[in-house]
Design a binder for this molecule. Structure first.
Ligand code: GSH
Length: 301
């Protein structure tokens, strides 16, 4: 029975401590990208170590390639991410996925579910941050303001099912019928978001004047849409840049933002288009040739 690494910080076993945890990520991955953005927006760079796992082998999974990121695990010296999973649970037989939030103290995985890691990072380390960085202190500018939590959760739910995960259901559909079903749901949801952004209190960001967790979760999928999912995952009914003016404006606002709301430009600095294009080209059956366009990868503001 595969383990589930679904622990929480803070908890009795996993207290919030500086220098204790490591976030293993890859820049192709939209799930890892969420956690990377929240870590930066919350100013957790000195509190949680970030390690890039660049290589992916079809048989053994993620490894430290040395091409991007280190050529071995900086904590234990291993070559494969799998080694960390097996250290955490010698009987582990599930998928070896990123992101991984690792605890150096107990030498184990705290959590490997991006939605939970992302949510945790929003406030778990707040007691060690300056007052103005804490969720409670930020009120309406918090990543998950109290009064919006229900709305954010609700939006996250259908965005996850039909968009974040939806693009994968389309891209890996095993039959025409499955493809037809999921591609229809994907574009219905994008249409719904386009409408959402036209409603009062729902722009420039999804819930008004401030970036919330919902924006971050949607961003990591939509910034990959035109450059990867449109061609490589056959999500090609419409393009964000050509067919969704409000979503396109929202996407560019986040990408190009260099103000304090984006921690000086974290959306842009963590979006590596070449890595994304090469990564998705290699997971789709074929010869790995990377498509040239669309150019530019993201339009100016
Ligand atoms: N539910 C997981 C999914 C993470 C996930 O699927 N990550 C991909 C990279 S984008 C992965 O590591 N795949 C490796 C595999 O499935 O073998 C999460 O959101 O954290």
């Amino acid at each position: 029975m595969p383990s589930n690494f679904r622990n929480t910080i803070p908890s009795e076993r996993f207290s919030a401590e500086k220098g204790r945890y490591v976030l293993y990520i890859n820049y192709v991955c939209p799930w890892a990208h969420r956690a990377v953005i929240v870590r930066a927006l919350k100013g957790l760079e000195d509190i949680i170590q970030l390690v890039e796992v660049d290589g992916r082998d079809p048989t053994h999974g993620w490894y430290f390639s040395g091409y991007r990121g280190p050529d071995k695990d900086p904590i234990y010296g291993g070559r494969w991410l799998k080694e960390l999973y097996l250290k955490a649970d010698p009987h582990y037989s599930g998928r070896i996925t990123i992101p991984v939030l690792w605890d150096k103290k107990h030498a184990t995985i705290v959590n490997n579910e991006s939605a939970e890691i992302t949510r945790m990072l929003c406030d778990a380390f707040d007691p060690m941050l300056p007052l103005e960085m804490r969720e409670v202190q930020k009120g309406p500018a918090a990543l998950i303001p109290k009064h919006l939590q229900g709305d954010i959760d609700q939006l996250n739910l259908w965005v996850y099912d039909t968009i974040n995960n939806g693009v994968y259901k389309v891209g890996f559909a095993a039959s025409q019928a499955a493809y037809n079903e999921h591609v229809a749901k994907l574009f219905q949801s994008l249409d719904r978001l386009e409408h959402h952004l036209s409603q009062p209190g729902h722009h420039p960001y999804l819930f008004g004047q401030h970036i919330t967790e919902a924006d971050i979760r949607l961003y990591t999928t939509l910034v990959r849409f035109d450059v990867a999912y449109y061609t490589l995952f056959k999500c090609n009914v419409k393009m964000i840049r050509l067919d969704y003016p409000r979503l396109h404006a929202w996407l560019r606002l986040l990408y190009w933002s260099e103000g304090p709301e984006a921690a000086g430009g974290v959306f842009k600095s963590t979006t590596h288009f070449d890595v994304i294009k090469r990564g998705y080209s290699s997971v789709i059956p074929g010869n790995g040739v990377v498509p040239a366009g669309p150019l530019p990868y993201i339009m100016p503001l």
